[in-house]
Write a protein that binds this ligand. Structure first.
Ligand SMILES: Nc1ncnc2c1ncn2[C@@H]1O[C@H](COP(=O)(O)OP(=O)(O)OP(=O)(O)O)[C@@H](O)[C@H]1O
Ligand SMILES: [Mg+2]
Length: 269
């Protein structure tokens, strides 16, 4: 099976939240063996789209297809069995279980592979996961998802709340997964980091895909990102450096400016 045939394909997917449409007829392909980057401002619908794929929220219309199987109305368990793994935004570990126990209950067989990708975790294997640093916990979250041996993994904001050095550690693991044949759909605040390991990229704004193309093209054309984040002629003030242009290294200083410049997300008040 080719990468596309064995990967994820969304056709005209619409999703509502609180009775209002927030994802409007999205078409997206995330082939096996590739990193597909999904970017967009706060409230664009990135998490909602991922939740529609993994079955957390209902798809109103359109189709979700994984490896040639239509999963639009499938249960969450059926989607996991079909090879889907979802690292949810703001995910957690089982704090009272050790690192080893967290990996063991994650799934059959794949945990040797997960440990190989994160040797740091091996030395911490008997430590209760709740005592790990934020970065180590995120490694464990990713390792748990990998241990399930997914065909397709949805990763929502790997970097949330993490130090740049940890982001730099995690991003190549995502690439390594794809190189092993796994399909990856990656939502990441640090667009430059994500695009640097991405094959293709989609820009979502207010629930609509406004750009799709090779990741390297987007990396070289920040004005495309700017337009997607701020809309048509609605240019941001010069001093509003958006987070999308930031690497993990300088995001700490620019994130606040970007937050103020992008349209506010009601969730974050
Ligand atoms: N449980 C919910 N009930 C009602 N509305 C919701 C719910 N979750 C999200 N929304 C709304 O749906 C829209 C899309 O939100 P979503 O979380 O998918 O965006 P996002 O692109 O992931 O944003 P962020 O970058 O902040 O994570 C927003 O307007 C948000 O307020
Ligand atoms: Mg989100």
């Amino acid at each position: 099976m080719s990468g596309v045939a064995s990967g994820l394909r969304l056709e005209a997917v619409r999703v509502d939240r609180g009775g209002f449409p927030v994802v409007h007829g999205v078409d997206l392909v995330a082939p096996a063996g590739e990193v597909t980057v999904l970017l967009g401002p706060n409230g664009a619908g990135k998490t909602t789209l991922m939740e529609a794929v993994s079955g957390v929220v209902r798809v109103v219309s359109g189709t979700v297809n994984l490896g040639g199987r239509v999963l639009t109305r499938a249960s969450r368990v059926a989607r996991v069995r079909a090879g889907l793994s979802h690292v949810e935004q703001g995910r957690t570990v089982f704090a009272d279980l050790t690192v080893e126990e967290n990996l063991e209950i994650a799934g059959a067989g794949g945990y040797d592979r997960a440990r190989a990708l994160f040797p740091e975790l091996a030395s911490r294997r008997n430590v209760r996961a709740g005592l790990l640093s934020g970065g180590e916990q995120q490694m464990l979250v990713l390792a748990r998802a990998i241990a399930r041996e997914p065909a397709m993994i949805l990763v929502d904001e790997l970097s949330l709340g993490l130090a740049p050095v940890i982001v730099k550690r995690l991003i190549p693991v995502v690439r390594a997964l794809a190189d092993e044949g796994v399909g990856v759909l990656l939502v990441e605040q640090f667009a430059a980091d994500a695009l640097s390991i991405g094959d293709s990229a989609y820009l979502l704004n207010r629930g609509t895909i406004v750009h799709h193309g090779p990741a390297e093209v987007l990396a070289e054309q920040p004005e495309l990102l700017r337009r997607a984040y701020f809309g048509g002629g609605d240019e941001p003030a010069d001093d509003a450096v958006p987070a999308y242009a930031a690497t993990s290294a300088d995001a700490a200083v620019t994130a606040d400016a970007a937050e103020a410049a992008t349209h506010p997300d009601p969730k974050r008040g």
